[in-house]
Design a protein around this ligand. Structure first.
Ligand code: GAR
Length: 361
């Protein structure tokens, strides 16, 4: 049995899809889920499915990455699967799991990849650039963000009036279909590489230097002996396979793989899982401005600064930072209010006592 660990930061719908699909069979197990956010939705989703999750704070990912490697090794993980994990993976982890970490990205890489390109930012960039197509890419993780060798891609056409939201809604089902197949492909390649001296490590290094171009083939599902490749693979993995009634509007599907001429299989009907994305915390900007104007305090200006940080941090992907800034703006609005009230209340008695003192002398 192959063991995979999932790394996630958010809602975890891809993680849920992967678990539901593979746990129907007995060949692949999600043994552990690591999240860099304590309140990430993925914890609840996994709890319901009986998969253990662990919160690893950002400081550990940044400064003590060896602890993550220790956890993965203790669980004897074969493949590390990033499913909406919004952090750059430290080189220590990449080196320990070279050729064994994969990621899903909601665009046709290399288009719209790199730092700051995640989730809705990607879809917004696709719409802003007027692209006619977008899609999903599964690739190996290297030190270059979204730059590793591509395992599979699937494209979809954009329609008239497409918005970032409608595009995201179309992309998710494609992800649920593509990622499990790419996981199987990566695991199969690992199996092949153990009996083959041309290891995954060599392959990664070659493609990192850009000198290695793998053949890109169009997938044309064929019917053989009454069974589709999907059905054959579902049987091999002991999974149920129900053909889709309506194909997802995928137009192009490509696979990059050195060892296999035949593309890896569709293993089962992807599950439709509910998607929910973290909304931006309240900026409190209106209250901060009102407090500054009414109470005329420096505290109000500090509140405005924190309010402005909420949006910038949120759009930079720092959701925790945005939440902190939102809370800080609330605190400073209250401080501004209290200071303003005190100043107004004490103004009259202070003036009165000043007058009395001046009159007395
Ligand atoms: C997915 O759309 C995935 O492609 C994207 O985050 C979403 C996670 O959704 N990943 C990236 O943007 C990585 N750069 P989920 O938490 O519901 O699975």
């Amino acid at each position: 049995m192959k063991k995979i660990a999932i790394l996630a930061s958010g809602s975890g719908t891809n993680a849920e899809n992967i678990v539901r699909l593979f746990h129907e069979g007995n060949k692949i197990r999600v043994v552990h889920v690591l999240a860099n956010r304590q309140k990430a939705g993925v914890h609840d989703r996994m709890q319901k499915l009986g998969v253990p999750t662990e919160y690893i704070p950002n400081s550990v990912w940044e400064n003590e990455a060896y602890k993550v490697v220790d956890i993965l090794q203790s669980k004897e993980v074969d493949l590390v699967v990033l499913a909406g994990f919004m952090r750059k993976i430290d080189s220590e982890i990449i080196n320990a799991y070279k050729g064994r970490i994969i990621n899903i990205h909601p665009s046709l890489l290399p288009a719209h990849g790199g730092k700051g390109m995640w989730g809705h930012h990607v879809h917004e960039a696709v719409i802003a650039d007027g692209d006619k197509q977008s899609g999903v890419t599964v690739h190996y993780v290297t030190d270059e963000i979204d730059g590793g060798e591509i395992i599979m891609q699937q494209a979809i056409d954009l329609e008239e009036g497409e918005t970032a939201e409608s595009l995201e809604a179309k992309i998710h089902p494609v992800e649920y279909d593509l990622y499990p197949r790419a996981i199987v492909a990566a695991l199969k390649r690992l199996d092949t590489s153990t009996s083959n001296p041309t290891s995954i490590v060599d392959l990664e290094e070659e493609s990192a230097f850009g000198s290695y171009a793998m053949p890109v083939e169009e997938i044309k599902p064929e019917k053989s002996a009454g069974q589709t490749p999907e059905e054959e693979w579902a049987k091999e993995l002991n999974m149920k396979y129900e053909p889709q009634n309506e194909p997802i509007s995928a137009q192009v599907q490509t696979i990059n793989t050195q060892q296999t001429a035949t593309p890896p299989p569709v293993t089962a009907q992807p599950q439709r899982v509910e998607t929910s994305h973290e909304p931006m915390p309240s900026t409190n900007l209106v209250w901060a401005v009102i407090m500054t104007l009414c109470c005329n305090t420096i505290a109000g200006i500090i509140a405005i600064i924190f309010s402005a940080q909420v949006s910038s941090k949120y759009h930079a992907g720092d959701i925790e930072g945005a939440k902190r800034a939102s809370r800080m703006s609330e605190v400073w609005i209250i401080v501004s209010f209290v200071v303003g009230m005190l100043a107004n209340t004490l103004q009259f008695p202070l003036l009165l006592s000043k007058e009395l003192l001046l009159n007395a002398f």
